[in-house]
Write a protein that binds this ligand. Structure first.
Ligand code: FAD
Length: 428
């Protein structure tokens, strides 16, 4: 198997273009408008500013790079996508300017695989074009990590399905043109066989947003993660994507991609924190010397670089495995980067924040905002503990129990066997 860490010169030129474009054209939008409006397609910034920038991205052949050529992407594959996302991760507005904003990117993949031609025309194309926003509605108020507790139900009535139940943290529902709702369609079998993914246009009667929940410092009552009740929401039969009972097959397609794409962008966030740390320690003097001359600070720099380097290689390797064998066979690698993401962000951003002292924790630097986003990476798309279970299960597939009472590495038996093998030499 070939291993290659080089980037083709033509693609490196694209990356250079993206770096410059994000810095000069998109980061000012972050600074002027904050991140709250990214999903609000009704805001003038989406009409006045983004289309021209998106045209430039398209002209470079960099639009919706997560999608294959049949859907308007270039089919670059995950490794190249990782290198692109590292740069996009430096800005909140960059993913939507490049047509790869989560959760729309994952929902587009679902519709591409499982939507009818009509659904693709009505929802997929505008989603890919960045004209609409979508929502993925799976977690329930009584639990998200364990689908076994899900109760939101869809029942067949003629050629329609009727959905009843509550969902929690349905991100961007308030802006979305449609939601993909996971509902139990057959309660007599395990949830893993009895749940379905249902396309629900948000103008369907019966969708009641109980309230929107915010993250971290957002005001109570403000936020974009809906606590929603579906009251007799009726959709036609063909809206059950992939047919009844396919929810978990579909979820795996979607969440695998989403998880690694977040990790790719986290690489960019960590690099940004190290850049800030590097500049600061070379600028600030205390007790007669630059911070950069203090051994503990040097350790911060070294540890941060090592941790980012390890993490980046892990993300790129997971991307490479997906390119080689597909996401379904890369579950261990994807789960591992998902687990590593909040930890590496927490540690590196903390150090960057710390060397800036009071300024670092102030609202005049982006660091505290970056740091508080780290735990979110450990919860969204499933908590760390659950992903560790996945890794452990996958790792243990390569092992089997010892045949006897003692482990196969138990020394007495091994030494006796080795001595028997070399008996002639040991006891001539
Ligand atoms: C910013 C953000 C956006 C989100 N967007 C969406 C969205 O768009 N759509 C959607 O459907 N959901 C969304 N979610 C919900 C997310 O998927 C759930 O929060 C997640 O799956 C965990 O579910 P829970 O919050 O109910 O926690 P619980 O399931 O109650 O778990 C709580 C804690 O219990 C522990 N735990 C859980 N399972 C195990 C285990 N097996 N072993 C050991 N410990 C365990 C972990 O510490 C875990 O954090 C989002 C969440 C966040 C934070």
């Amino acid at each position: 198997m070939t291993w290659d860490f080089s980037t083709e010169p033509e693609f490196e030129e694209k990356l250079d273009w993206i770096r410059e474009f994000v810095k000069t054209e998109i980061e000012p939008i972050d600074l002027a408008f904050g991140h709250e409006l990214v999903y609000d397609k009704t805001h003038p910034v989406h009409r006045e500013l983004l289309p021209a920038l998106q045209e430039q991205v398209k002209a470079q052949g960099l639009w919706a790079c997560h999608l294959g050529p049949d859907l308007g992407g270039l089919g670059y594959g995950q490794v190249k996508l990782a290198l692109i996302n590292e740069i996009l991760g430096r800005s909140n507005w960059a993913p939507s300017t490049f047509g790869c904003q989560a959760p729309d990117s994952g929902n587009a993949e679902i519709l591409a695989h499982y939507g009818t031609p009509e659904q693709k025309k009505k929802y997929l194309q505008p989603l890919i074009d960045g004209k609409i926003v979508s929502c993925f509605s799976m977690t329930e108020p009584q639990g998200g990590a364990d689908p076994g507790v899900f109760t939101c139900r869809a029942e067949k009535d003629g050629d329609e399905w009727v959905i009843n139940g509550e969902k929690w943290f349905s991100s961007n529902l308030k802006y979305a043109a449609f939601a993909i709702v996971m509902a139990v369609t057959d309660p007599d079998v395990s949830i893993y066989q009895g749940a379905s993914m249902i396309l629900v246009p948000t103008d369907t009667p019966g969708i009641e947003i109980i309230r929107n929940t915010g993250i971290g410092g957002e005001e109570l009552g403000e936020g974009s993660h809906a606590y929603v009740r579906y009251n007799n929401v009726r959709v036609p039969d063909e809206n059950v994507l992939g047919g009844p009972g396919q929810a978990f097959v579909i979820a795996q397609t979607r969440l695998g991609g989403g998880r690694i794409h977040h990790a790719m962008r986290a690489v960019g966030m960590c690099q940004r924190a190290i850049d800030m740390m590097g500049e600061r320690v070379l600028s600030r003097t205390t007790q007669g010397s630059l911070l950069a001359k203090k051994q503990i600070v040097q350790e911060y720099i070294a540890d941060s670089w090592i941790e980012l380097h390890q993490f980046r290689l892990m993300v790129l390797h997971a991307a490479w495995v997906i390119d080689q064998v597909g996401g379904a066979k890369a579950r261990k690698e994807i789960a591992a980067v998902k687990v590593a993401t909040p930890k590496v962000l927490t540690d590196i951003v903390f150090r960057a924040m710390h060397v800036h002292g009071s300024l670092g924790v102030s609202n005049e630097m982006p660091l505290i905002g970056m740091w508080t986003s780290a735990p979110i990476f450990g919860i969204a798309d499933g908590p760390t503990e659950v992903h560790k279970v996945t890794i452990a299960r996958q790792v243990l597939k390569d092992y089997s129990p010892a045949e006897g009472l003692f482990p196969t590495a138990h020394l007495p038996d091994r030494v006796a066997a080795a001595k028997a093998q070399f008996a002639d030499l040991l006891d001539p």
